[in-house]
Design a protein around this ligand. Structure first.
Ligand code: NDP
Ligand code: 2IT
Length: 453
């Protein structure tokens, strides 16, 4: 089991003490600290000025009340968050998550991960994350609009093109970004396109941003496969989730010749032995905002498609050669990893943030399975958000092809720099160490230059 170096252990103890009960935040910090022993052995200057301690403490944490009225005139109170983690590389940048499980520990883990992920893109963006414990499921359009307006009525004070640039995450897509952009514009009387990314295409959004996270993970995972002369062609693939990241992962894997046979939502998973009908998945999830179980029902008996409820099994029981967890944190356990390994999995690319538990990651690495950690593999979404900011700043609009080509190049660079950094620091083939070290150094250098702030 990877250990935290003795020099760094007190930092972790202090993180546990100061952030009691925030299990996901502890997990994310621990994983990075486990990689940094190799760095401070070579570069002791990073231990000076408490640089790593400072990185573990968000620059600013904002928590606010979000009151809104439902269609029956009942008042609801949700909690809003924005954790501005690090501005060493540029304005805070990261998504907003609307999900009932959201709490400050989850937003902090996401903001911490985002800081290193954004650094890995090589683009000038700092790290932040936000959201609310609001549950959009089953809410009407009008309710979602009122919630978004109320949320932005507080958030607008804290964000801006040069300060903090939110985007989407779970439960936040182009619809929610549209309502929030509208409210920001109204409150500030500024058409500040670069304040949010993931915008609609008619008011400053970038082509290929919607597709970017899933496409990016597919490019990254393909690059891992190619180090052994493999590719997606003819491979059986399982993608968990059926939201934004999952859908565009499925699309790109299919384009590369892979056969995606299963996807899921929080209620259960579907298997289609003939390969998923992506249009049908999109019709159910993107258009109707329905449940994935409908897929099996619409395909009918004898079609090779069936549905399994979450209580009755795990999507990772479905044999595959490539696994791309794209739903949520800790969705793939040590037990799931063992099943996948037994079934011959070759590569795992994390589309979601921290979807594999530490036990699962260890099992994959010990078995020689190529493992792409989320902060590298899913960085294509935020990288394309930065490309959206570039287009907004220059009042330009690029074609889909130009944007996707840049995304593909960025994913190749991220893969190669994780691979090379792992080698340089004595952990060949360990993309976790490579991503943590390469991301950390990019954030640490400007911090050294800025002094103690
Ligand atoms: P969406 O809200 O579009 O989709 C989330 C999907 O995950 C839904 O299908 C949801 O099902 C499913 N899900 C949620 N909880 C569980 C669970 N416990 N078990 C199985 N399925 C579950 O979110 P995104 O696709 O945007 O985000 C997915 C992941 O990718 C998150 O970890 C996010 O942080 C990460 N990510 C997103 C980026 C982006 O650009 N959007 C960029 C980088 C990472 P249900 O409908 O039942 O809730
Ligand atoms: O986790 C992530 O990288 C995102 N949700 C995307 C963030 C962004 O600013 O595009």
């Amino acid at each position: 089991m990877p250990q935290i170096d003795d020099k760094l252990a007190p930092i972790y103890e202090e993180v546990l003490r100061r952030n009691a009960g925030e299990a996901e935040f502890h997990q994310a910090v621990r994983e990075v600290l486990e990689s940094l022993g190799r760095v401070v052995a070579k570069r002791p200057e990073y231990l000076e000025s408490s640089l790593i301690e400072r990185l573990c403490e968000p620059e600013r944490q904002i928590i606010f009340r979000v009151p809104w009225t439902d269609d029956q005139n009942k008042v609801h109170i949700n909690r809003g968050f924005r954790v501005q983690f690090s501005s060493a590389m540029g304005p805070y940048k990261g998504g907003l998550r609307f999900h009932p499980s959201v709490n400050v520990g989850i937003i902090k883990f996401l903001g911490f991960e985002q800081t290193f992920k954004n650094a890995l893109t090589g683009l000038p963006i700092g790290g932040g994350k936000g959201g609310s414990d609001f549950d959009p499921k089953g809410r009407s359009e009008a309710e979602v609009m009122r919630f978004c307006q109320s949320f932005m009525s507080e958030l607008y004070r804290h964000i801006g093109e040069y300060t903090d640039v939110p985007a989407g995450d779970m439960g936040v897509g182009a619809r929610e970004i549209g309502y929030m952009f509208g409210q920001y514009k109204r409150l500030t009387n500024r058409y500040e396109a670069g304040v949010l990314t993931g915008k609609g295409l008619f008011y400053g959004g970038s082509l290929a941003r919607k597709e970017a996270t899933g496409y990016g993970n597919t490019y990254f995972t393909r690059a891992m496969l190619q180090t052994d002369g493999n590719d997606f062609d003819g491979k059986t693939v399982v993608v968990s989730g059926s939201g934004n990241v999952a859908i565009y992962t499925i699309e790109k894997v299919q384009e590369f010749g892979g056969k995606v046979i299963a996807c899921s939502d929080s209620s259960g998973y579907i298997v289609d032995e003939n390969g998923l009908d992506l249009e049908l998945v999109q019709q159910i999830k993107e258009v109707r905002r329905g449940r994935i179980s409908e897929y099996a029902r619409l395909k009918g008996e004898g079609s090779g498609a069936y549905y399994v409820k979450s209580a009755d099994g795990s999507i990772w029981d479905v044999p595959c050669q490539v696994a791309m967890p794209s739903a949520t944190q800790n969705e793939l356990t040590g037990k799931d990893a063992k099943t996948l390994i037994k079934n011959g999995v070759l590569a795992v690319g994390e589309g979601a943030n921290m979807p594999c538990t530490p036990e699962a990651i260890r099992a994959f690495q010990q078995a020689g399975v190529k493992f792409g950690p989320g902060k590298a593999a899913n960085a294509g979404g935020v990288a394309t958000s930065a490309l959206e900011m570039q287009q907004n700043a220059s009042r330009d609009r690029w074609t889909f092809e130009k944007t996707e080509t840049k995304l593909a190049d960025i994913m190749r660079d991220i893969h190669d720099s994780c691979y090379a950094t792992a080698e340089e620091y004595g952990a060949p083939g360990d993309y976790v160490a490579g991503a943590n070290i390469a991301g950390f150094i990019r954030v640490a250098e400007p911090m050294l230059a800025f002094g103690v702030i």
